[in-house]
Design a protein around this ligand. Structure first.
Ligand code: ME8
Length: 507
C-alpha cells in the first residue's frame, strides 16, 4: 500500500487576519502540493486554525465577544482568504471541531493509561505570547526574545508528561537521519537543545479556574490541555485519526512545513509525543525563515502586517506568489519590500518570461499566421529543458522553491539567448531559410510549452494562460508525459494574446 504525499502548514492562531507570514507558508505548501499532484501522486494538503488557549481567550475578551464567536469569524477569514488566493488545501481543520477534540482526548488518554503522565507542583516563567513556560536559556535580558516581554512567574499544580525516557531515541533519530529536519542549521540547533538535557518534563495542562478555553483533559475535567499539545495533534486529526482505518497509510508520507519560530514544539515535543503513543515519526520537518520589514520582524504584536488581499489587488496574486517563492532563501530570513517586489515583476516576469512568450508568439503569428510549423527534428533546447526539469524536481523535493525557480529561469534565459543568436527575423528575410525558420520557431514554442508546464506549481494561472495560447496541449496528462519533448503538435493554431506581465513604471 503506497502512502500519499501529505503536507501540512502550521495551524494559525485566529487572533489576527492572514498576513505575509501565514500567506508565505501556505503558498509554499500549495506549491509543493501542486507539484506532487502534477506528478500524478496521491496528495493531501492540510492547513487550518489553532483556536484554543490563553492568547485567543484574551483577544476575544478584549473585543468583548465569546471565544467561540470570535474564532468562528477569524477562522472563516483564513479559509476564505486562501480560497480567494486560489490556494488548494484538501482540508481546512479547526481545533474546535468535535473530530479534533475526540482525537486529542483519545491521544492523551492513551498516554495516561500507559503511566506516562503524572501530577505535581510546578513553578516557572510563562510567556503568554508563546503560550508556554520558558527555560532560563530562552530569556534575553529577562525577556522572551520573541515577544519582548518579561514572562510571568507562575506556580501551580499541573499534569506533566515525562519526555526524558524518549530523548535518547530522538537524538539517535536526528543523528542517523540528516534530512529529517532541514535545512541542516535547524537540525543542529535542535541537537544542541537536546544535548543540553534541560528538556525533561512537559507541562501539559492548565487549571480550568485560570483558563476555560481549551479541551478538557479526558482523565481530569478540572484541567484543560495546554494549547500546543492540543494543536500538534491536528496533523493526525486531519487524516482521520483515530477512527478512520486509512489514517496510518496517510500518515506514512507526512511532511511538516513551519517557520523557525515554532521549531521546538515541532522538533522536540511532537516527535516525543508520537514516539510515546507508538506512532511513527514524520518524514520531514522543513523550516523556513522569517519575513521582516524595515528590518523589523513582521508580526501580529508589532502590527506591521502585509495584507495578501491588498497585494493581490495591487499586483495580482500570481506576481506576489512568485516574489515570495523566489525571494526568500530556504531557511534564511527575508526582507519584504514593495520596491523589491516591483523589481522582480519587471525583471523576471515582464522582461524574461513575458518577453519570451510575447516575442515567440508574435513571430509565429507574423511568419506562420500563428500555426505551429513542422520541426526538422533538431532539438537544441531539449537538453536545457531536461536539465531544468531535473534540477527543479530535485529542489522541490528538497522544499527549495527558490532554487527550483532559479533553475527554471535559467531555461527561460537559455531560450531568450537562443532567439537572439538564431535571429528568426533574419531567417525570415531569406525564402530559402523557411524550413530553418520553422524549426527555430518550433523549438521556441516547444520550450515555452515546457516552461509553462514547469511553472504550474508556482504560478498556476500564468501557466494556464500560456498553455491556453498554445492550444492547451495534453490537458490532464501527468507531468512526465507533458515534459516529453515534442508534445506541441505541428498545425496547432496559437494565439498571441495580451502581454502576460506589463511593466510597472516607477518614477
Ligand atoms: O504558532 N515570516 O501560530 P501562528 C514567515 N498556532 N512566516 C511567518 C511569519 C513571518 N514573519 N509570521 C508567521 C502558531 N509566520 C501556532 C502553530 S501548529 C501545530 C501551531 C507563519 O499564527 C510561519 O509559518 O503564530 C509560522 O511558523 C506560523 O505562521 C506561526 O503562526
Amino acid at each position: 500500500m503506497s502512502s500519499p504525499f501529505y503536507i501540512t502548514t502550521p495551524i494559525y492562531y485566529p487572533n489576527a487576519a492572514p498576513h505575509i507570514g501565514s500567506t508565505y507558508t501556505t503558498t509554499y505548501a500549495d506549491t509543493v502540493a501542486r507539484y506532487h499532484r502534477a506528478l500524478g501522486e496521491e496528495t493531501f494538503f492540510l492547513t487550518g486554525t489553532d483556536e484554543h488557549g490563553q492568547k485567543i481567550a484574551e483577544t476575544a475578551a478584549k473585543e468583548g465577544v465569546e471565544p467561540k464567536a470570535f474564532v468562528d469569524r477569524i477562522s472563516e477569514r483564513f479559509r476564505s482568504t486562501w480560497q480567494e488566493l486560489g490556494l488548494t488545501p484538501d482540508r481546512f481543520i479547526r481545533t474546535t471541531e468535535a473530530a479534533h477534540k475526540h482525537a486529542v482526548r483519545h491521544f492523551w488518554q492513551l498516554l495516561h493509561d500507559q503511566g506516562q503522565i503524572h501530577f505535581q507542583d510546578y513553578s516557572g516563567r510563562y510567556c503568554v505570547g508563546c503560550e508556554r513556560f520558558l527555560t532560563e536559556r530562552e530569556l534575553v535580558d529577562g525577556k522572551c526574545a520573541q515577544h519582548q516581554v518579561e514572562p510571568v512567574l507562575r506556580t501551580e499544580a499541573n499534569y506533566f508528561f515525562n519526555m526524558a525516557p524518549h530523548m535518547p531515541w530522538l537524538i539517535a533519530e536526528l543523528e542517523s537521519n540528516p534530512d529529517l529536519i532541514s535545512p541542516a542549521r535547524y537540525r543542529n540547533e535542535v541537537l544542541a537543545m537536546l544535548r543540553s538535557g534541560e528538556l525533561e518534563e512537559l507541562c501539559i495542562s492548565r487549571p480550568r479556574e485560570r483558563l476555560e478555553w481549551g479541551i478538557p483533559l479526558p482523565f481530569d475535567d478540572q484541567y484543560v490541555l495546554y494549547v500546543w499539545l492540543d494543536a500538534l495533534i491536528n496533523y493526525l486529526t486531519g487524516i482521520g485519526y483515530p477512527d478512520d482505518p486509512d489514517w496510518e497509510r496517510r500518515w506514512a508520507g507526512v511532511h511538516h512545513l513551519i517557520a523557525k519560530d515554532i521549531l521546538k514544539p515541532h522538533a522536540i515535543f511532537w516527535p516525543v509525543m508520537l514516539h510515546a503513543a507508538g506512532i511513527p515519526l514524520y518524514q520531514g520537518l522543513h523550516v523556513h525563515g522569517y519575513w521582516s520589514m524595515d528590518n523589523q520582524k513582521i508580526s501580529k504584536s508589532l502590527g506591521n502586517l502585509v495584507d495578501p488581499l491588498i497585494m493581490k489587488q495591487k499586483y495580482g496574486f500570481e506576481a506576489f506568489r512568485y516574489y515570495l517563492l523566489r525571494e526568500m532563501s530556504f531557511g534564511l530570513d527575508g526582507e519584504f519590500s514593495e520596491e523589491a517586489l516591483v523589481r522582480r515583476i519587471n525583471a523576471d516576469l515582464a522582461n524574461d518570461l513575458g518577453n519570451l512568450a510575447n516575442r515567440s508568439l508574435s513571430m509565429l503569428e507574423r511568419y506562420f499566421e500563428g500555426v505551429v510549423p513542422e520541426s526538422s527534428g533538431a532539438s537544441e533546447l531539449s537538453q536545457a529543458a531536461e536539465s531544468a526539469a531535473r534540477q527543479l524536481d530535485q529542489q522541490l523535493r528538497g522544499f527549495n522553491t527558490q532554487r527550483a525557480l532559479i533553475a527554471l529561469w535559467e531555461l527561460i534565459g537559455a531560450v531568450n539567448k537562443y532567439i537572439d543568436t538564431q535571429a528568426p527575423w533574419k531567417l525570415a528575410k531569406a525564402p530559402a531559410s523557411r524550413d530553418q525558420l520553422g524549426s527555430v520557431l518550433y523549438e521556441c514554442m516547444e520550450a515555452l510549452r515546457v516552461i509553462a508546464v514547469l511553472l504550474e506549481p508556482f504560478m498556476p494561472e500564468t501557466s494556464a494562460r500560456i498553455l491556453g495560447r498554445l492550444g492547451d496541449p495534453a490537458p490532464g496528462a501527468t507531468l512526465h508525459e507533458k515534459l516529453r519533448w515534442g508534445g506541441l503538435v505541428p498545425g496547432t493554431q496559437t494565439r498571441k494574446g495580451e502581454p502576460l506581465f506589463p511593466r510597472i513604471e516607477t518614477s
